[in-house]
Design a protein around this ligand. Structure first.
Ligand SMILES: [Zn+2]
Length: 445
C-alpha cells in the first residue's frame, strides 16, 4: 500500500487541499481528506505503509494519448511543411519499410519515453508496419513495458495495394494475426489490443467488416481513421453515393464500438449518426493543423453526445507528443474557428485529455478516484509558468511549461522524476535512435 499526500489533488472536477490518495497494487482505493483516512485504508492500522508527502505539488490524472503512431517519431523533420501526399510519400512510405523490429522498438522508446516526460500515462499506438507478422507489434509492446507506459495497441488491418507492401495483408492474414495478439494480451493489465481497419481509403469493405466481426467476437473496440482529408469524403461519395457514416452504417460497423479518428469532414447528418449510434471520436487538433487537414466540428460533436478523447497523432505530423499541448491547441483552434473566445473551455479540454481518453479507450484511467489506475502527474506549484494561482486549471491548460512536470506515476510505479526517465536511460534511447537513423542516411541519401 502507498499513501500519497500533496498540497492539491484534482478530484471530481476541482482541486482539493489536504487530500491523500491511497494506492494498492496498481489501483487507487481511496481518495479524501488525509485526516479522515479510514483504518482499512492505512489510517492507523498496523502494517500500513508510510505516508509519502509529495509537498508543494498539484496531483492531476495522467493524460491519455488516444491516437499515435510511435514509429513516426523517428521521422520528425524529414518531410515537414509538405502537403499531405508528399509528406506521406517522402516520410512514411519511404522509411517505414526500412524499420524492422529494431527500428520499430527504437521509435516506440523515443515516442513513449518523451510522452512520459510530458505526463502521458496511457498511449494508443495505431500500428500498421506489420512486415507480414506480429514481430513489429511485439516490439512496440516490449518498448511500452520497458519504459513503463500503459499501452493500447490498435492493430491495423490494411489491404490497399497502393501502400508499401510492409503495411498490406489479406483479410484472412490480418484477422488471424490481430486475433492472435488480442488473445495473447487479453488478461495483461498493461496492454490491450483492438482491431483497427486503417481507413475507408486503405481498407476494403471486406477488411472493415472483418475488423468489426473481430471486435464483436472478442468484445473490444474498433478504431479507424475517417474523413481526415476532404478527398476521402469525395471518394466515398463517388464510389458508393453515400456520406462516410452512411457508408459505414451500410457495412454494419456503426455502433458504440466504433472509434473514429479525426472526423474532420463530417457534416451535421453524419455527426448525428455517430451520436445516435453511441460512437466515439479521437480528436488530433495539432496534427490536423500541421497537415492542413481542416477543423473538426468539436462543439457539434460534444453536443451530439459523442465520447471524445485527444491524440497527438504521429510524431512527424505534430511534431510534439504532449496531451497538455493538445488541450491548449484544441481550445485555441476551436475558438478561432468560431471567432468566439468562449467556444471551448479549459475545463472541457482537460476532461477530454484525461477522463475522456479513458472512456474512449475503455480503460479505468483519467480520474483520481477509487477503482481507477494509479496514473498520476505531479505538477510543481512553484513553477513560474503556473503563476499566479488565480485559477490553476486554466494555467495548466494555457500557460504551463513542461518544466512544471515533476513526477509521473503509472499504475503505482514512479516512472519519471525531475527530468529523468527512471525506467530506461534516456541516453540509451538516444543511442538506439541514432543507430537506426544513421543506417537510413547511408542507405537513402
Ligand atoms: Zn493516425
Amino acid at each position: 500500500m502507498k499513501i500519497i499526500k500533496a498540497d492539491k489533488i484534482w478530484v471530481d472536477g476541482a482541486f482539493r487541499d489536504g487530500y491523500a490518495v491511497v494506492i494498492q497494487g496498481d489501483t487507487i482505493t481511496w481518495v479524501g481528506p488525509a485526516a479522515e483516512r479510514p483504518r482499512e485504508q492505512g489510517g492507523t492500522a498496523p502494517g500500513s505503509g508510510p505516508v509519502e508527502d509529495w509537498g508543494r505539488v498539484a496531483l492531476v490524472p495522467g493524460t491519455v494519448n488516444a491516437h499515435n503512431h510511435s514509429f513516426q517519431s523517428l521521422l520528425r523533420g524529414i518531410a515537414d511543411d509538405e502537403p499531405f501526399f508528399s509528406w506521406r510519400d517522402q516520410a512514411l512510405y519511404r522509411f517505414a519499410p526500412r524499420l524492422g523490429p529494431e527500428g520499430v522498438y527504437a521509435g516506440a522508446l523515443l515516442a513513449f519515453g518523451e510522452m512520459l516526460g510530458y505526463g502521458v500515462t496511457t498511449v494508443n499506438d495505431f500500428f500498421y508496419v506489420h512486415d507480414g507478422g506480429n514481430d513489429n507489434a511485439e516490439a512496440v509492446i516490449r518498448a511500452a513495458r520497458d519504459v513503463g507506459i500503459r499501452l493500447v495497441l490498435t492493430r491495423t488491418m490494411y489491404d490497399w495495394s497502393g501502400a508499401p507492401a510492409s503495411f498490406v495483408e489479406t483479410v484472412e492474414q490480418a484477422s488471424r494475426r490481430c486475433r492472435d495478439l488480442i488473445d495473447k494480451y487479453r488478461s495483461d493489465p498493461w496492454v490491450r489490443v483492438y482491431p483497427a481497419p486503417h481507413s475507408p481509403h486503405a481498407a476494403s469493405p471486406e477488411m472493415i467488416r472483418a475488423g468489426w466481426r473481430l471486435a464483436e467476437e472478442t468484445d473490444t473496440y474498433f478504431h479507424m481513421h475517417v474523413a481526415e482529408g476532404r478527398y476521402e469524403v469525395e471518394q466515398i461519395k463517388q464510389r458508393y453515393g453515400l456520406s462516410p457514416m452512411a457508408w459505414l452504417e451500410s457495412l454494419g460497423v456503426l455502433g458504440p464500438r466504433l472509434v473514429v479518428v479525426h472526423g474532420v469532414w463530417l457534416d451535421d447528418e453524419d455527426i448525428g449518426r455517430m451520436g445516435a449510434a453511441g460512437a466515439a471520436l479521437v480528436y488530433n487538433p495539432a496534427s490536423n493543423m500541421f497537415l492542413g487537414d481542416g477543423i473538426t466540428r468539436l462543439p457539434e460533436m460534444l453536443q451530439a453526445g459523442l465520447r471524445v478523447a485527444l491524440g497527438t497523432d504521429g510524431g512527424c505530423s505534430n511534431n510534439r507528443t504532449s496531451i497538455f499541448d493538445e488541450m491548449r491547441t484544441c481550445s485555441l483552434l476551436q475558438k478561432v474557428a468560431r471567432l468566439d473566445g468562449a467556444a471551448m473551455t479549459a475545463e472541457t479540454v482537460f476532461h477530454l485529455g484525461t477522463a475522456g481518453g479513458g472512456e474512449v479507450l475503455g480503460l479505468p484511467v483519467g480520474r483520481i478516484a477509487p477503482g481507477y489506475r494509479a496514473d498520476l502527474v505531479a505538477l510543481d506549484l512553484a513553477d513560474i509558468s503556473l503563476y499566479p494561482h488565480h485559477n490553476l486549471l486554466k494555467n495548466i491548460v494555457y500557460s504551463m511549461s513542461p518544466t512544471a512536470i515533476r513526477r509521473v506515476m503509472v499504475g503505482g510505479r514512479l516512472v519519471w522524476a525531475d527530468g529523468e526517465l527512471l525506467t530506461f536511460p534516456l541516453a540509451r534511447i538516444r543511442r538506439l535512435v541514432e543507430q537506426v537513423t544513421a543506417r537510413w542516411r547511408e542507405a537513402v541519401v
